[in-house]
Design a protein around this ligand. Structure first.
Ligand code: ZN
Ligand code: ZN
Length: 105
């Protein structure tokens, strides 16, 4: 796989390996991070406008969306019939916090 003479553009934000200039790659439309075409899952990382985001910016964008939904609709979410759904949200958030905290250590 080592390729003498091929220009390395940087490292893939997903697999961490080199991205060579003749690889098929995309760049995060927010931070410009490089990613091999073969490493990205477009269903997860492509936003509604067709931009590809790196996993970090995709996670932040998802949080922004979550934040907008919660702050805009908090009053309707508080209705008694949503109680179980809200408890589900809390459980999922706690789980994500655990996963992210463990990775950030
Ligand atoms: Zn990669
Ligand atoms: Zn990015």
């Amino acid at each position: 796989m080592a390729s003498a003479g091929k220009k390395v553009l940087g490292r893939c934000a997903i697999c961490g390996r080199e991205v060579y200039e003749d690889d098929k790659y995309v760049q995060c439309s927010i931070c410009g991070a490089l990613m091999h075409e073969s490493c990205i899952d477009r269903e997860v990382l492509e936003d509604s406008e067709g931009n590809i985001l790196c996993p970090y910016d995709a996670a932040l964008a998802a949080l922004d969306w979550f934040d907008a939904v919660i702050t805009t609709y908090i009053d309707s979410l508080k209705s008694p019939e949503n109680k179980e759904k809200l408890q589900d949200i809390v459980k999922r958030l706690e789980n994500y916090i655990k996963i992210v905290e463990e990775s950030a250590e």
